[in-house]
Ligand binder design. Structure first.
Ligand code: GLC
Length: 568
């Protein structure tokens, strides 16, 4: 189906994921592709993606040239937060398939030389989790209540929440439960939706259970875990009030009594020991929104996790000065702990970078389509820049097709729980979760098996032209750009590996750096400005995100919003 550019250049691909020495520290420079299962591929035509769908598309991912696949949650869940509300950590939700499908998926991926990372959601469970249901049923005093944060309310009748914490999705972070006899009872803590009660990590039963869940999936053969809300879990003793209003504005800027508490690191030290018991370098990657890159580095100390998403980078606009600053800061912060920087531009929680860069700087939740052409040009340039940096990089499904966010979804189809809680932080995450277009001219564009069949979110009509089928073989397409970029990255040892970049003098608005390796050096130019810029040509062009720069008399012109890779 696809033109096989990358697969031919995979001589070093690990035949299986657990072969140890041949693939030492595979994760340090790995390109990891995030699959959001409900929106990737639907095998049975119910409008919802599933594991057999993912399995059938693994050859596509192999041909794209990624090293590993991270799957967002596919566990048994009432889907109050698209699967980040887990009712059974050891079961696959029937909507996604079965454990047998998960097993087949892991095996197939390994046979194709790719690794599988699964999502682990340890900060909270679903309110339908057996423990929580029993805790409710058994009432105050039940030992199971110790596994969550149940508290008596304040006020004369216990009618006020136990403290002033706000939910990330808006509204109070507490919901009052009912006693078994139906009268109002204790309150329970949920940093996210009320259907997502927070675990109490001081409870040894919780810690034991998660060690066992880790082993369950490691025994299934997974190569690692993406740890959801890795900065949560441990709460400041006594659950102290924060004070003031607009708490959500402090998130990610300040240490909160429920986020980035030092106690979380103890948990990761115990998990690292388990990961290290298994062959083949199984890894943990932290989804930790911390105030600074330096605090992010704490999660990847040598005896903790392996990677932590660099959200400060994700949050930086397409602007040379700011980018250079965050790149330097990131590399400098990771060096002392000897961890790679983990670059990322898009995921299922933020507006896709093609749409962020189509708009003026404005954070990671953008609600307007902006200038699409500009956004795509910059997105392609930003991706080549990211893939030229030392460290590991995460791609989010559909960015290789240049997909924008769908900013005009009708409210009736939205499912993001924070959309329904007015003051929530996110709320518009459905826009980046629209099912992928694979082929054909009629929705769901090959996402499901039948033309005219359903998809859980509607796809825009323009997506026919963005499908995998439409882009394959078109050298100007974003898909072929990604395929070429990953193929070049595999071949060129100066890319991805190493720990630093050497900045070169460059005109304003341009980022220029050199990367060295024993086999040869490499130069990356990224022009973030609106004007073409003339510079010395450092060698031979390997790849460009726009028109290939022409070398003339030792000089070349860098087009606006374009990144180019050069072999020196
Ligand atoms: C993480 C997930 C997000 C989810 C939240 C609560 O941030 O990425 O999708 O809503 O955790 O689990």
């Amino acid at each position: 189906m696809t033109q096989n550019l990358a697969a031919t250049s995979r001589p070093d691909a690990a035949p299986t994921a657990q072969d140890g020495a041949a693939s030492r520290d595979w994760w340090r420079s790995a390109v990891i592709y995030q699959v959001y299962p409900r929106s990737f591929a639907d095998s049975n035509g119910d409008g919802m993606g599933d594991l057999p769908g993912v399995r059938s598309r693994l050859p596509y991912l192999r041909d794209l040239g990624v090293d590993a696949v991270w799957l967002s949650p596919f566990y048994a869940s009432p889907q109050a937060d698209a699967g980040y509300d887990v009712a059974d950590y050891r079961a696959v939700d029937p909507m996604f398939g079965s454990l047998l499908d998960a097993d087949g998926l892991i095996r197939d991926a390994h046979e194709l030389g790719m690794r599988i990372i699964v999502d682990l959601v340890p900060n909270h469970s679903s309110d339908q989790h057996e423990w929580f249901q029993r805790a409710l049923r058994e009432g105050p005093g039940s030992a199971l209540r110790e596994r969550y944060h149940f508290r008596a309310g304040k006020g004369t009748e216990g009618e006020l929440p136990p403290n002033d914490w706000e939910s990330i999705f808006g509204g109070p972070a507490w919901t009052r439960s009912h006693n078994p006899d139906g009268t109002p009872g204790e309150w329970y803590l949920h940093l996210f939706a009320p259907e997502q009660p927070d675990f109490n990590w001081d409870s040894p039963a919780v810690a034991d259970e998660f060690r066992s869940i880790l082993r369950f999936w490691l025994d299934m053969g997974v190569d690692g875990f993406r740890i959801d809300v890795a900065h949560g879990m441990v709460k400041a003793p006594g659950l102290p009030d924060i004070g003031g209003s607009e708490q959500l504005k402090l998130l990610g800027n300040d240490v909160m009594p429920f986020f980035d508490q030092d106690g979380v690191h103890e948990i990761y030290r115990s998990w690292r020991k388990i990961l290290d018991e298994y062959p083949g370098q199984r890894i943990g990657v932290a989804e930790a929104w911390t105030p600074t890159v330096q605090r992010t580095a704490n999660y990847v100390r040598p005896d903790e996790l392996h990677q932590a998403f660099n959200f400060q980078y994700l949050g930086t606009h397409w602007e040379a000065g700011a980018l250079r600053e965050v790149i330097d800061l990131s590399l400098d912060s990771m060096r002392p702990v000897d961890a790679p920087t983990t670059w990322v531009l898009s995921n299922h929680d933020v507006t896709r970078h093609a749409t962020r860069f189509a708009n003026p700087p404005g954070g990671t939740q953008i609600r307007t389509a902006g200038d699409r052409e500009l956004g795509l040009r910059r997105a392609r340039a930003a991706t080549l820049l990211m893939l030229a940096l030392p460290g590991s990089a995460y791609l989010y499904q559909g960015e290789e097709l240049g997909l924008p966010d769908v900013t005009d979804l009708p409210d009736e189809v939205r499912q993001d729980p924070s959309f329904f809680r007015a003051s929530g932080q996110d709320g518009f995450r459905d826009g980046c979760r629209v099912p992928l277009p694979w082929s054909g001219t009629e929705a769901p564009y090959g996402f499901g098996p039948v033309a005219g069949g359903p998809s859980w979110l509607p796809q825009p009509a323009e997506w026919a032209a963005l499908s995998v089928e439409s882009q394959t073989g078109d050298p100007t397409s974003t898909l072929e750009l990604y395929r070429s970029a990953l193929a070049v990255r595999r071949e060129h040892p100066a890319l991805g590996g190493g720990t630093g970049v050497t900045w070169l003098d460059a005109p304003e608005g341009v980022l220029a750096f050199r990367r060295e390796s024993a086999e040869g050096s490499f130069v990356c130019y990224a022009n973030t400005g609106a004007e073409p810029v003339r510079v010395a040509a450092p060698g031979r062009v390997l790849l460009a995100s726009g028109d290939e720069p022409v070398v003339d008399g030792g000089e070349t012109v860098l087009a606006p919003d374009c990144t180019s890779w050069w072999a020196v």
